[in-house]
Design a protein around this ligand. Structure first.
Ligand code: ADP
Ligand code: MG
Length: 484
């Protein structure tokens, strides 16, 4: 039996407002417990919520970025349940009239193709507080700093068919919200987390299988691992004659497995009703047009432009447009050096390699885009060869000079293109290597091409890496062949 995986994601994004969605308390991360929860967040009697306009604007900008319908009217509902980190006894959310209607996101797949994933809707809601289990012997501590933090919950259609597609979708959402600047996207701090809905069905069958929902997965890698485990579990269960039950599960990253948490509740368990303290949100066309006019160039548009206007490959364009910081850095290097392909190679090669090794983000790169642009320029105008360029890069990285030119000068790395000087070095190497010369002359003609590498190496060494490698190659071949 061949099985097909079906996945739908509910992504929670913390919006980067300064204050909470219904109160003026700060949303800053990492403060002392309960120092940022006001009377509204605590649900004290007699208080009234006031909607944060910034949260509305951010939600709408997301909607516009995913080409969604933005309904004129949206409504807040109360979702009633009891939990210690929810002192009001209900979460204010949007159940029936969300602020963002159907839209779609394009995801990039490994084979350079793209796929459209439909978004069912996105709605605004408030986050709950946190229960603290450490440091409280036999008791649970409650920190309500997070209570009332604005969340945008983005619900996809069940359009994904593999763990890879789900991760690509999550990455696409991450890059859209960070491009828009509506969230810091910091998954480790919980600014973005997702519920993964997974089911399997026999290949070719139209009806979906019963799904399990894996709650609160907070990294791209965990999404893939949780799905891989869950798919295997469900297939095994069905093949053994069992049935998948609709339930909520938790992913355990220590063991790479999911475990049952509770059976799924139905909407009517929550006694949803429109929140009587908040007016419906009504958005007019002028407001939407204003927000639309403020949208930055988005990842998909950038990727398209990098391919069409700059001639980059689909792969390069997609890597370089994935984060706004990376895209802006690359564009600055390109502006200085004028060659998109070389700029792309340096950013993805030498620079990304060094950043990864030291676990630095591109925003904290010790080498600025201007410095790298000038370095690439010196390769393009033949001032230095590729080998010297790597040395210059390392020197810039370690702060040994403020510009490529200063380092080239100080280290004497200017490329030697003077034929006379190169010939003199070649003659010296040939004179010093009689055994290798004899071997070269005795070898089959088709083997000589490879053997010339030894001599090139010696000449490059003699020039301390500054000779022009193409010239060295050409001249060496002439001189050696004259000895045959
Ligand atoms: P609920 O309201 O119970 O959470 P929804 O119908 O809103 O259920 O779906 C929640 C998420 O589950 C959506 O992202 C949707 O795409 C996904 N989903 C629904 N049915 C399936 C299924 N059979 N397999 C996988 N994902 C599904
Ligand atoms: Mg749901």
């Amino acid at each position: 039996m061949q099985w097909e995986t079906v996945i739908g994601l509910e992504v929670h994004v913390q919006l980067a407002t300064h204050s909470k969605i219904f109160s003026g308390a700060s949303t800053a991360f990492g403060a002392e417990p309960n120092s940022q929860a006001c009377a509204v967040d605590l649900g004290l009697p007699g208080v009234l919520p006031v909607l944060n306009e910034q949260a509305v604007a951010m939600a709408v900008q997301f909607g516009l970025a995913v080409h969604a319908d933005i309904p004129e009217v949206s409504v807040f509902d109360r979702k009633n349940y009891f939990y210690p980190d929810l002192p009001k006894g209900y979460q204010t959310s949007q159940m029936y009239h969300p602020i963002v209607g159907p839209g779609e996101v394009e995801i990039a797949l490994d084979d350079d193709t793209t796929k459209r994933i439909r978004i069912h809707h996105a709605h605004l809601e408030e986050d709950a507080g946190k229960s603290l289990h450490e440091d409280f012997h036999g008791m649970t501590g409650i920190d309500l700093n997070r209570a009332g933090t604005p969340l945008l919950e983005i619900v996809s259609e069940p359009d994904m068919r593999s763990a890879k597609e789900a991760a690509a979708y999550l990455k696409a959402i991450h890059s859209i919200v960070t491009y828009l600047g509506i969230s810091d996207g910091n998954m480790a701090e919980g600014s973005m987390r997702c519920d993964v809905n997974v089911s399997v069905r026999p290949k070719g069958q139209e009806a979906f299988g019963t799904r399990a929902e894996i709650k609160n997965v907070n990294s791209f890698r965990f999404v893939e691992k949780a799905i891989a485990f869950e798919v295997e579990r469900q297939i095994e269960l069905i093949e053994d004659g069992g049935k998948v039950v609709q339930e909520t599960r938790l992913f355990d990253p220590e063991r790479d497995e999911t475990r049952s948490m509770r059976t799924k509740e139905e909407a009517n368990d929550y006694r949803y009703f429109p929140c009587p303290d908040l007016l419906p949100v009504v958005l007019d066309q002028a407001y939407l047009d204003h927000l639309r006019s403020q949208l930055p160039e988005l990842p998909a548009e950038k990727r398209e432009r990098f391919q069409q206007a700059l001639g980059l490959s689909a792969y390069d364009a997609s890597v370089l447009s994935a984060s706004r910081d990376m895209a802006e850095y690359f564009e600055a290097v390109h502006r200085v050096c004028g060659d998109a392909k070389q700029a792309a190679n340096w950013v993805q090669g030498e620079l990304s390699g060094a950043l990864n090794r030291e676990n630095l983000s591109i925003a904290n790169s010790p080498v600025s885009a201007n410095q790298l642009g000038e370095l690439v320029q010196r390769v393009l105008d033949d001032t230095i060869n590729g080998k010297a360029a790597k040395q210059v890069f390392q020197a810039l990285w370690h702060g040994e000079g403020t510009s490529a030119d200063a380092i080239i000068e100080a280290k004497g790395l200017k490329q030697v293109t003077d034929t006379g000087a190169i010939e003199a070095m070649i003659d010296q190497v040939i004179a010093d290597s009689p055994a290798q010369v004899a071997q070269y002359c005795d070898a089959e003609p088709e083997k000589r091409g490879k053997m010339i590498g030894y001599f090139v190496g010696q000449v490059m060494k003699a020039s301390r890496g500054t000779a022009n490698p193409q010239q060295v190659n050409g001249l060496l071949k002439e001189k050696l062949d004259a000895l045959l």
